[in-house]
Design a protein around this ligand. Structure first.
Ligand code: CDP
Length: 227
């Protein structure tokens, strides 16, 4: 069967990764979480002392950018996990500390340039679902199917709160909501590849959709594209 490229973009914590993962599994496609790559660079910057408070030591990060090797491997449950220079960092990149530093890192042009090259390589054989902020606009402008996901900031913060709680991280709802709103702002107003709906993307507000309803809707869209 013909394979296509599926780009899923949208605001933080709107369930893009659950959606993209579920769809990739159903179709037998590769799933790539591009946000995990920006998170891994952020973790690298934190671990190497490239933050002075909230300020990034840009020149130092730039000089080490080629030392950063990010890859994905499937765990025993078939779930992709993120590796930074051979270390499994899947848990470490999901903490609030990384969440609160990632958007300024993702706004740096030299970081985007290098990650976009890697992301395009991952999709050169098609059969891929990638989620992020600029997948339909910059990484794969010719993707056959583009989805732009939205949901209210409160619903997104609640989802992230529940997700972190299950993982044993107890953050306040207000702190998470603040982070979600701040990241949206930085992601939409940065100069390079800001978050925006591609002209040919289909907008999906999933505030009131269950995961199954969402998946069913997406599978129908894929079928119509392939036919
Ligand atoms: O899962 P969540 O919505 O929290 O975000 P993520 O997908 O893990 O992405 C983390 C951050 O990386 C975002 O807030 C963006 O600043 C940045 N990002 C980006 O700039 N471009 C992408 N393609 C993916 C993520």
């Amino acid at each position: 069967m013909k394979k296509i490229v599926i780009a899923i973009d949208g605001f933080s914590s709107c369930g893009k990764s659950t959606m993209a993962k579920g769809l990739a599994k159903k179709l037998g496609y590769i799933y790539i979480d591009s946000g995990a790559m920006y998170r891994a660079v952020t973790l690298f910057a934190l671990q190497n002392g490239f933050f002075d408070g909230d300020k990034i030591k840009t020149d130092e990060l730039k000089s080490k950018i080629n030392d950063i090797n990010i890859s994905f491997k499937l765990n025993e449950n078939g779930q992709p996990e993120t590796f930074l220079n051979c270390e499994n960092v899947e848990k470490k990149i999901r903490t609030m500390e990384v969440s609160s530093h990632v958007s300024p890192i993702a706004a740096l042009p030299f970081v985007r340039e290098i990650l976009v090259i890697q992301q395009r390589k991952m999709g050169d054989k098609k059969g891929i679902v990638m989620d992020g902020r600029d997948i339909g606009t910059t990484v794969f402008p010719n993707a056959e199917l583009k989805i732009y996901v939205t949901a209210s900031a409160e619903i997104r913060a609640q989802r992230r709160y529940d997700e972190l709680k299950v993982k044993g991280e107890n953050n306040s709802f207000d702190e998470i909501l603040k982070n979600v709103v701040e990241r949206d702002h930085i992601d939409m107003t940065r100069e390079v590849s800001p978050l925006r709906k591609a002209d040919d993307a289909i907008e999906l507000d999933n505030s009131n959709l269950t995961i199954d309803e969402q998946l069913e809707y997406l599978v129908k869209l894929v079928e119509s594209k392939i036919a």
